[in-house]
Design a protein around this ligand. Structure first.
Ligand SMILES: [Zn+2]
Length: 110
């Protein structure tokens, strides 16, 4: 029997990113990256691979997505218009993804 060796990550600097909707800073892994690809298409950056292009980050909180899509914060953050199709795709992603997202981890005051 082989046990997969756990890779202990050294406690070094965790990159912090800011949600374009609520403005809260969080560790990058707690945010979803939205990226404007070089083709102009806006996509959700799922998986470990970092897609090329201008990125923006959003929390997993549904209200952040709602706000970002409604108030056009994303177009601002991505420095260009977000097409209705892109918007639709993001909304679908939000609906599918956010429902199964873990309940928000409440962290103590820093
Ligand atoms: Zn947020």
């Amino acid at each position: 029997m082989t046990t997969p060796r756990k890779q202990a990550l050294p406690p070094k600097h965790i990159p912090q990113r800011r949600c374009v909707s609520c403005g809260q800073q969080r560790p990058q892994r707690e945010l979803v990256r939205i990226v404007r690809l070089p083709s102009g298409e806006v996509s959700v950056n799922v998986g470990r691979k970092k897609l090329p292009g201008r990125g923006a980050y959003l929390c997993y909180a549904p209200e952040c997505w709602e706000k970002a899509l409604k108030r056009d914060r994303l177009s601002y953050a991505l420095k260009g218009p977000v097409s209705p199709e892109d918007r639709q795709r993001l909304q679908e992603f939000a609906q599918g993804q956010l429902q199964q997202a873990p309940t928000s981890t409440t962290m103590g005051p820093q």
